[in-house]
Design a protein around this ligand. Sequence first.
Ligand code: NAI
Length: 345
Amino acid sequence: KLKIKKRKEWFIMKKVTLIPGDGIGYEISESLVEIFKAAKVPVEFETENAGTDVYEKTGELIPESLYESVEKNKIAIKGPITTPIGKGFRSINVYLRKKYDLYTNFRPSRNLPGIETRYKNIELAIFRENTEGIYIGEEKFEDEEKTSAIAIKRITRKGSERIIKSAFEYAKNNKISKVTVVHKANILKYTDGMFLEIAREVAKNYEGIDLEELIIDNMCMQLVTNPERFKVIVTMNLYGDILSDLVAGLVGGLGVAPGANIGDDIAIFEAVHGSAPDIAGQNKANPLALLLSSLEMLKYLNLNDFAQKIENAILKTLESDCKTGDLGGNATTTEFTKKIIENLG
Ligand code: NAI
């Protein structure tokens, strides 16, 4: 008799920089580490922190060792970081995005079981340009009396092309037949006009994927009336910032909103909510946003089976009564984490 040996899957351990952040960042990061350990995910976390707490200990907002770790591992996951006012950075988050040219801000949103909202059947990804637009920080007063101020919005061909391609590639890989580009080209004829023009050019290279064009104000109205009709949205920095929080609100709020900042070389996955100082250290934080971001990270690492396994456990947990306060339950972060681990099977 021939003995058939069962093939064992071997995965090479992947190192990922974990940036817990501050406030509830520690609690939600602990939850993530425990769940990955229980699910035997072949990821080894290298913890490096930035923000207020690090500044108090070391006098640096972002230590050199964090840059080294991110540049070596090329992939990081982070909790919320508070940027103290007047310490040389406008925002640590924005700084990291710029430094590593993480031009794609990816924000997927969908309805989850056990999370009541007014809307059903939402499954939608927003691609927000992350490095230019009105966020370049070029602002000034026009007169000494400071009665008039201006801000510059910069849109480039290169910056527009790459974010629009990211959105189309995602649509192609996920068999989605429409990409919606959001703009205000009727008013901003050069900047938004160019973005829209490039969207039309890029769309020509993707047979079977339609380009839908919507003006930002109409988009807002459509999103609160028929959100289920959108699958992929691509837009400039400011519109994307606003729309992605709007859509997060449609499916249950920032506590359940994952996100990622992706460049050609480096990617940083993140929970998009803040450090929630009102509940920090009280074992009340919902780790879901960070966990859902970690699932996107696993897919990016081609560890889809592990992503699926953890996702199933999360969905099963959400169907039960074991939920954190922000989701209408009374479970602690620890209890919620334990339940997910139990549901890993
Ligand atoms: P926030 O998102 O921290 O809190 C807003 C409300 O949502 C609070 O009531 C909070 O308790 C609740 N909340 C947020 N995340 C939650 C979670 N995971 N589980 C349960 N409840 C949750 O926004 P806020 O208060 O405006 O900002 C606090 C600090 O966070 C600020 O210093 C800000 O700079 C920083 N921040 C950092 C961000 C990042 O690193 N990506 C993003 C937004 C704010």
